[in-house]
Design a protein around this ligand. Structure first.
Ligand SMILES: Cc1ncc(C[n+]2csc(CCOP(=O)(O)OP(=O)(O)O)c2C)c(N)n1
Length: 337
C-alpha cells in the first residue's frame, strides 16, 4: 500500500503469469476487450445521434471489474453502479441484451425499462444497477445476510466509486456487514473523481481502504489497472467470506479515460495526471504481458479481438432490429404502483 499514491499512478512490479491457467488469462483479456469495444461502439452511436439516453462510460476501468468478477463463482452476485456496462459484461450479461437495453428495447436485459443506468441480469448474478450513489452497499449487505442465513455459500460483491464512500448508507452497510460477519466484498473503483470533484477535496485521509479498520474488517488499496492483481485480492476476500470470516474492503486505484458522462470532456483534470494515467491503460498493458507468455500467440490474440468485434456488430444489429416494449406493457415488470 505504501508504494501507491492517490496523485499519480505507480505501477507495481507484476508477477509472472506462469502460475495462471492460460484459459483464465484468455478469459480475462477477452472480457476486457469486450468491455472496451462495447463502450467505444456505444460512444460512437451516441455521437452519431443513433443511441438515446445518457451514458457513463468506464473506459480505462476494465481490469478492476474483470479481475473482480472472474474471482467469483457464477452464482455469486454483484451489485452495479451508474457506471455499470463493464461490471455487467464482466459478470456475464450478454453484449446483445446489454446493447438492446441501452436502446430501450424489449429484448434488453431489463426489457428496455432500465436503460444505461440500470443494467443487469439476475440470471448471471448481476443485480440491475442502482444509480443512487452509495445505495447499493446496504443491498449487497442484505443479499449477503440472506446467503448467510440460508447457508447457500454464495458471496455478494458490491461495486462502488470512491464518491459513494462518503455517504452515510455506505458506512452503515460496512458496519453491519462486519458486525454480522456477512459474506460480502466491498470493491471500490477509485477513479479519483466524483463527477469533477477530486477525492482530496472530500476526504481527509488518502485511501478509502483506511476506513476498513474502523469497522473491523481487512482493507487494502491495490493497483486496479492489472486484472491479475485485482483477481488475487478478490479471490482472497471471497475465500475469507465463504469460510465465515466476514467482509473485506478492496480499493482499486484506476482512472476513467473520459469525463464523468457523455457531455463532460473531463478537462478539470490536470494534463500531467491524465497523461500519466493514460499510459497505464490496462488493455495494452495486459496484451503485452500475454504476448510475452509463450502459451499465447499474436495470431490468437488478433483472432480473439476480431471475434469480439463481430460480437459487438451482432449486438448492435440485434438491438436495432428489436422492438420497443409495447405501450400497454408499461406497467409490467416494475415493482411500484
Ligand atoms: C445520492 C446521489 N447523489 C448524487 C448523485 C449524482 N451523481 C451521479 S454519479 C455521481 C458521482 C459518483 O462518484 P463515484 O461514486 O466516485 O463514482 P464514479 O462516477 O467515479 O464512478 C454523482 C454525484 C446520485 N446519483 N446519487
Amino acid at each position: 500500500m505504501q508504494s501507491l499514491s492517490i496523485q499519480l499512478p505507480q505501477v507495481p512490479d507484476i508477477a509472472s503469469l506462469d502460475a495462471y491457467d492460460a484459459d483464465l488469462l484468455r478469459d480475462l483479456y477477452r472480457r476486457m476487450v469486450l468491455i472496451r469495444q462495447f463502450e467505444l461502439k456505444v460512444n460512437d452511436l451516441f455521437l452519431q445521434g443513433i443511441m438515446p439516453g445518457t451514458i457513463h462510460l468506464s473506459l480505462g476501468q476494465e481490469a478492476s471489474v474483470v479481475g473482480a468478477c472472474l474471482a467469483l463463482e457464477a452464482d455469486d452476485v454483484i451489485t452495479l453502479t451508474h457506471r455499470g456496462h463493464g461490471q455487467a459484461l464482466a459478470k456475464g450479461v450478454s453484449a446483445a441484451a446489454l446493447m438492446a437495453e441501452l436502446f430501450g428495447k424489449e429484448t434488453g436485459c431489463c426489457r428496455g425499462r432500465g436503460g444505461s443506468l440500470h443494467v443487469g441480469d439476475m440470471a448471471v448474478g448481476a443485480l440491475p444497477a442502482i444509480a443512487i450513489v452509495g445505495a447499493s452497499s446496504p443491498i449487497a449487505a442484505g443479499m449477503a445476510f440472506a446467503f448467510k442465513r440460508q447457508a447457500t455459500g454464495q458471496v455478494a460483491l458490491n461495486f462502488f466509486g470512491e464518491g459513494a464512500a462518503n455517504k452515510g448508507d455506505w458506512h452503515e452497510a460496512l458496519n453491519l456487514a462486519a458486525v454480522w460477519k456477512l459474506p460480502v466484498i466491498f470493491l471500490c473503483e477509485n477513479n479519483l473523481y466524483g463527477v469533477s470533484t477530486h477525492i482530496t477535496e472530500v476526504m481527509a485521509i488518502e485511501f478509502v481502504a483506511e476506513r476498513a479498520s474502523a469497522y473491523g474488517m481487512p482493507g487494502s488499496t491495490i493497483y486496479g489497472n492489472d486484472p491479475i492483481i485485482v483477481y488475487e485480492a478478490v479471490k482472497t476476500a471471497v475465500e475469507r467470506a465463504r469460510a465465515g470470516g466476514g467482509p473485506t474492503l478492496i480499493e482499486c486505484l484506476t482512472y476513467r479515460r473520459g469525463g464523468h458522462k457523455r457531455d463532460d470532456p473531463g478537462t478539470y483534470r490536470p494534463q500531467e495526471e491524465m497523461e500519466a494515467w493514460f499510459k497505464t491503460d490496462p488493455l495494452p498493458a495486459f496484451r503485452a504481458r500475454l504476448l510475452a507468455d509463450a502459451r499465447i500467440s499474436l495470431c490468437e490474440i488478433e483472432a480473439l479481438e476480431a471475434s469480439v468485434a463481430t460480437t459487438i456488430d451482432a449486438a448492435v444489429n440485434f438491438a436495432l432490429d428489436s422492438d420497443a416494449p409495447a405501450i400497454e406493457s408499461a406497467l409490467e415488470h416494475i415493482y411500484a404502483d
